[in-house]
Design a protein around this ligand. Structure first.
Ligand SMILES: Nc1nc2c(ncn2[C@@H]2O[C@H](COP(=O)(O)OP(=O)(O)O)[C@@H](O)[C@H]2O)c(=O)[nH]1
Ligand SMILES: [Mg+2]
Length: 323
């Protein structure tokens, strides 16, 4: 986030069909519950709102047994989801811009993606949890392309030196309902994730990056009431993953999706305060985040942030405010 513009850029990575739009829809849908005593409000722009409403309606109609299809949503072009965040009844004070890069686009246009990643404050990596956890992870490389992600981040960290910009990487195992129902399972998910992204973790834990690049793992249940059931291999090595509702009458029941915003805004407010004290010293400049808003965001970010049950701050805890 740069002082003055108050725009927070969030770049989303993850294969098509992994659940990125669903994640945003669930997050937005849960927002009011999350801030009920804080007077914050999140307002999507028209286009964002209509896409998310449509997605929510689909989620609520989810059949008892289903297999998410990959790549049926037509275009393979990047999308932008825009939300304004502010105090209820007041002019918004921060804009959150989620840039959604589907897997296929990244492969064809790496340079454009690198540019966005370098400019991003937060990188949200959606990881297909069943691909990583089931069948000894044989589908992980194909679906989650960890090497391609690591290569993109290599570029980002090379360019980080030149600036004082800090970044937050949020690794989000999605479709993870089957792996977080007990402490033991959640620990196993976290460990498998660490084993499945060793080169990425090794890259980011270089000394010079430890206080610049925060990394957190946040397994969120965007549907909640479903479980993985089986994989069917259809034509030419294309797997299909099947899920089943926990009971025929189970309804859409997302869990922990608030964590994404708690971490994102915790990082953002810390960055804002650090930048502000720097600029105050140097320029004695005035800034445009109201104190009431700053306090509300701080409160939201600090409240109920999870660090157990598969959630972990892997590095850079000091970049995430904590009071
Ligand atoms: N089991 C399960 N399925 C999910 C979850 N999130 C999304 N899906 C399924 O995955 C499909 C694709 O999700 P979508 O958000 O469009 O993926 P995107 O291409 O990454 O934006 C949806 O139609 C859902 O059926 C989840 O948390 N659990
Ligand atoms: Mg999408």
């Amino acid at each position: 986030m740069s002082i003055g513009s108050n725009v927070l850029n969030i770049t989303m990575l993850g294969s098509r069909g992994v659940g990125k739009t669903t994640l945003l829809a669930s997050m937005y849908n849960e927002f009011d519950k999350m801030v009920k005593d804080i007077s914050l409000t999140l307002t999507p722009n028209q286009e964002t709102s209509s896409i998310l409403q449509q997605r929510l309606a689909e989620l609520k109609r989810q059949t008892e047994v289903f297999s998410p299809k990959r790549g049926i949503d037509g275009t393979n072009s990047p999308k932008e989801f825009i939300f304004d965040l502010g105090m209820v009844g007041k002019t918004p004070e921060i804009q959150l811009r989620f840039k959604d890069f589907p897997g296929g686009f990244i492969k064809d246009n790496p340079n454009e993606v690198k540019k966005f990643l370098s400019a991003a404050d937060v990188i949200l990596l959606a990881i297909d949890a069943p691909a990583m956890m089931e069948a000894k992870g044989i589908w992980h490389e194909k679906i989650n392309t960890p090497q391609m992600i690591t290569d993109l981040l290599k570029h980002v960290v090379q360019n980080l030196d030149a600036t004082t910009k800090t970044k937050l990487l949020i690794m989000v195992p999605v479709k993870c309902e089957s792996y977080v129902q007990s402490d033991n399972e959640a620990r196993k998910l976290l460990q498998t994730l660490k084993d499945s992204y060793t080169s990425l973790f090794n890259l980011l834990k270089a000394d010079r990056l430890l206080d610049k690049f925060a990394v957190v793992v946040t397994p969120v249940q965007t549907l909640g009431s479903v479980r993985f059931t089986r994989i069917e291999e259809v034509d030419q090595g294309e797997p299909r993953f099947f899920f089943r509702k926990v009971s025929p009458s189970a309804i859409y029941a997302p869990r922990d999706v608030d964590q994404i915003l708690r971490y994102t805004l915790g990082f953002c407010i810390k960055k804002y305060l650090d930048d502000m004290s720097f600029f105050k010293r140097v320029l004695n400049q005035l800034f445009n985040m109201s104190q009431a808003f700053e306090q509300a965001v701080r409160k939201m970010a600090g409240n109920a942030r999870k660090e157990t049950d598969g959630f972990q701050i892997v590095q850079g805890a000091t970049l995430l405010s904590r009071d």
